[in-house]
Design a protein around this ligand. Structure first.
Ligand code: SF4
Length: 343
C-alpha cells in the first residue's frame, strides 16, 4: 500500500475541514519560505487548524529526528531516527563559493551486497517512504541552509525503492522544494526498469551508473546485480536515455588498488564507451578514489596516485571525458553506512 506524504495529508485535512484554497499555499510558504518547523507556530492559521494539523501529523513538520551529527570543514553528516527504531544518514557538502550539495538515503540498509560498500554489510532493513527521503532535505531547509543540488547516493539503491519517483515529484514541486530537475542526480547500480522509468518520466534528472569494472565476470563478483542486469544491457538502456533526453550520463568508477585500476581495465572502460555512435560524447566518467576508512567485507585499499593518473591518461587518450572526484570527509567517515554502523 502506498503511504501518502504529509503534503497530501495536509491537502486532505484542508479539504475535510472545507478550508479555502489559499490555506495550502499559506502552509507551504510557512515551511519553505519562512522555515517554520512546527504547525503550532503557523500563526497565520486559525487556532483550530493548527491544532488539527498537530493532532494528525504531530507537532513537527519534519518527521525524522536528528540523533547524531558529525561536522568537518566541508562536510556535515546527520544520522536520523526513522519509524521502527531505525536510522538513516544524509550528508551536506559545502563546496568552495558556498555551493551546497546534499546526499540523501533512499533505503535503510541495502540488500544488493556490493563488496566494496559499508551499507551493503547492513542488509536491507526497509525502503524509505517519499516523506522520509525528502524530510532529510527538509531538515536542512528548516535550519536555513540553501539547497543547491541533491543526489541519491546515500544508503540504498534508489531504483529499488518505488518511492524514489514520488520523492522526485515532491522535490521538484514549485510549491514545495522547487528544485530544478537538473539539480537532482539519481545514482544506480543498473536496475533497468528504474532507468527506463526515469527516462520516460523525469528526462531532465541526471543519471549516474556505477560501473566499477568493465568485465562482466569481475563486475558480477564485485556487484552481484550484474548477473541480472549485465553491463551491455545497461549501456543499451543508457544509450536510449541519452538519445531520448539529449543529456549526459555519468559513469561512476570506484578505483580499488590492484583490483580494477590496471591499464587493461582503463582500456576496456574506454572500449565500452567508444563506438556508441552519436551518443558517445555524452558519456562522462567519474573516477572515485576508494575511501579506505570504509568497513567492507573485503579489505580494499585506495589506488596509488600514479595509478589514478595513468587511468585518467588512458581514458583521455582514447577521447573519453573524465574527472577524478574530490574526496570529501574521509576524516569523519563520510562514506555511506558508517555513521549507522557506529551506532
Ligand atoms: S553500493 Fe549501493 S547498491 Fe551496492 S550495496 Fe552499497 S548501497 Fe547497495
Amino acid at each position: 500500500m502506498r503511504l501518502p506524504s504529509k503534503y497530501e495529508t495536509i491537502r486532505q485535512i484542508l479539504s475535510d475541514l472545507k478550508q479555502p484554497e489559499y490555506r495550502y499555499a499559506q502552509i507551504m510558504d510557512a515551511i519553505f519560505k519562512h522555515n517554520v518547523g512546527e504547525y503550532g507556530r503557523m500563526t497565520m492559521l486559525p487556532q483550530f487548524l493548527r491544532d488539527e494539523l498537530t493532532r494528525m501529523l504531530g507537532p513537527n513538520v519534519c518527521r525524522i529526528v536528528p540523533v547524531k551529527e558529525l561536522t568537518s570543514q566541508q562536510v556535515n553528516k546527520v544520522l536520523f531516527a526513522i519509524a521502527g527504531d531505525e536510522r538513516v544518514e544524509a550528508v551536506r557538502l559545502t563546496y568552495e563559493r558556498g555551493w551546497k550539495s546534499y546526499c540523501l538515503s533512499t533505503q535503510c540498509g541495502c540488500g544488493f551486497g556490493c563488496k566494496f560498500c559499508a551499507t551493503g554489510t547492513i542488509g536491507l532493513k526497509r525502503n524509505l517512504t517519499a516523506e522520509e527521503i525528502t524530510d532529510q532535505l527538509l531538515h536542512f531547509r528548516l535550519n536555513g541552509h540553501a539547497l543547491d543540488s541533491v543526489s541519491f547516493m546515500g544508503m540504498g539503491e534508489a531504483f529499488a525503492n518505488p518511492y524514489i519517483f514520488d520523492a522526485i515529484t515532491i522535490l521538484t514541486d514549485p510549491q514545495l522544494f522547487g528544485l530544478g530537475h537538473r539539480r537532482i542526480t539519481v545514482s544506480t547500480i543498473g536496475l533497468l526498469p528504474g532507468i527506463d522509468r526515469l527516462t520516460r518520466e523525469f528526462p531532465q534528472v541526471n543519471l549516474t551508473f556505477s560501473l566499477h569494472s568493465p568485465f562482466d565476470d569481475q563486475r558480477s563478483e564485485l556487484m552481484p546485480i550484474n548477473e541480472r542486469f549485465p553491463i551491455h544491457d545497461v549501456l543499451k538502456a543508457l544509450d536510449h536515455h541519452i538519445r531520448h533526453t539529449g543529456r549526459k550520463v555519468y559513469i561512476a568508477y570506484i578505483l580499488l588498488r590492484g583490483v580494477n585500476d590496471s591499464t587493461t581495465h582503463a582500456e576496456a572502460v574506454a572500449e565500452l564507451l567508444r563506438g556508441r555512435g552519436p551518443v558517445e560524447h555524452l558519456y562522462h566518467v567519474n573516477l572515485i578514489p576508494f575511501n579506505s576508512t570504509e568497513v567492507t567485507p573485503d579489505n580494499y585499499q585506495q589506488s596509488e596516485s600514479n595509478r589514478i593518473k595513468a587511468f585518467v591518461g588512458i581514458l583521455k587518450s582514447k577521447g573519453i571525458s573524465v574527472t577524478v572526484r574530490t574526496q570529501f570527509g574521509s576524516d569523519i567517515n563520510a562514506a555511506c553506512g558508517q555513521l549507522y554502523r557506529s551506532e
